[in-house]
Design a protein around this ligand. Sequence first.
Ligand SMILES: NC(=O)c1ccc[n+]([C@@H]2O[C@H](COP(=O)([O-])OP(=O)(O)OC[C@H]3O[C@@H](n4cnc5c(N)ncnc54)[C@H](O)[C@@H]3O)[C@@H](O)[C@H]2O)c1
Length: 329
Amino acid sequence: MLLLSREQILSIFTMRDAIEADKKAFVLHTEGRAKVPLRINLDTEDKSGQCMFMPAYVGGLNMAGIKIVSFFPGNAAKSIPVVPATVALIDGTTGLVTAIVEGTTLTQLRTAAIAGAATELLSNPDSKIAALFGTGGQASAQLEALMTVRSLKEVRIFDVDPERVRKFVMSNQSLADRFGTTLVEAKNSDQAVDGADVITTVTTSSKPVFDGNRIKPGCHINGIGSYTPAMREIPADILQRAGRIFVDNREAVLAEAGDFIIPMGEGIFSPDKIAGELGELILGRVTGRTSADEITVMKTVGFATLDVVTAAAIVEKARAAGVGTEVAL
Ligand SMILES: NC(=O)c1ccc[n+]([C@@H]2O[C@H](COP(=O)([O-])OP(=O)(O)OC[C@H]3O[C@@H](n4cnc5c(N)ncnc54)[C@H](O)[C@@H]3O)[C@@H](O)[C@H]2O)c1
């Protein structure tokens, strides 16, 4: 069994690798080759923590896997991760666990790669200005994904906490320098989105994070954060204005994302407006952007197929490079 730490993953697996792995996962999902049961959530007796189990079997790879993610808010005071995650990969021929991969890094990569893939497929190729909403655990990888797929001159960073914006810009300066991109601390959401060609929202917000009226024609928007019916980031008027709306997993998004569920309840959005899943776009079953002025939207809530396919890709590269620690149980 191969064990892979954060450092080992990052030494062999790039954002481009993650984007290609996600594209493969989207296709396998759309082709109906992945089985993804509902997530199992277990609360601890004293309710101080929750353990979540996200399994999937992916035909095509003939691999199963499970991501174990926990949420223990009290860990912050102990200086250990509040949301620790681990992915176990299982060989579909023998049933043996073949690898255990550090799951926080994997989640950051595969989640950012969703926006990376969508931005590559849907945004205008000459996009120069991006805005990133949220500066939490996922944000740095999201920034890297945007800069990987488009030659960005400027990325505006906005968070409701200006101190977090300042720290984020400082700690991501060298990453941005590698891509020749300037990071700008946005003072408010208007300043972040005015004239932006691409927007990624990766927040824990329960209300729209920007004013839809300010979005310029041709903008592409990635909605990453909301994953419950009460959470939302994308304003409803943008869903109405958008020419093409894509999702990672139609069923999951319509069951979980407040971005769609709230306006559906208000009668101002219909699922018919969804052009398709990203997998359908990659397979050429539906068309993507149809004009440079069209607003495009990608909404994701994430699903375990992405974790299993990305873990398999990481393990393949690690084995080829002789990276990781082999253990026999
Ligand atoms: N789609 C997926 O597959 C996927 C995967 C992982 C995480 N997520 C979700 O992405 C979101 C962000 O994850 P994280 O780990 O970075 O969270 P985090 O808690 O570390 O950071 C969230 C950030 O959002 C900021 N924020 C809240 N409301 C805002 C607003 N209105 N405008 C600007 N900033 C605002 C907060 O101040 C904070 O800095 C979470 O909701 C998480 O569940 C989605």
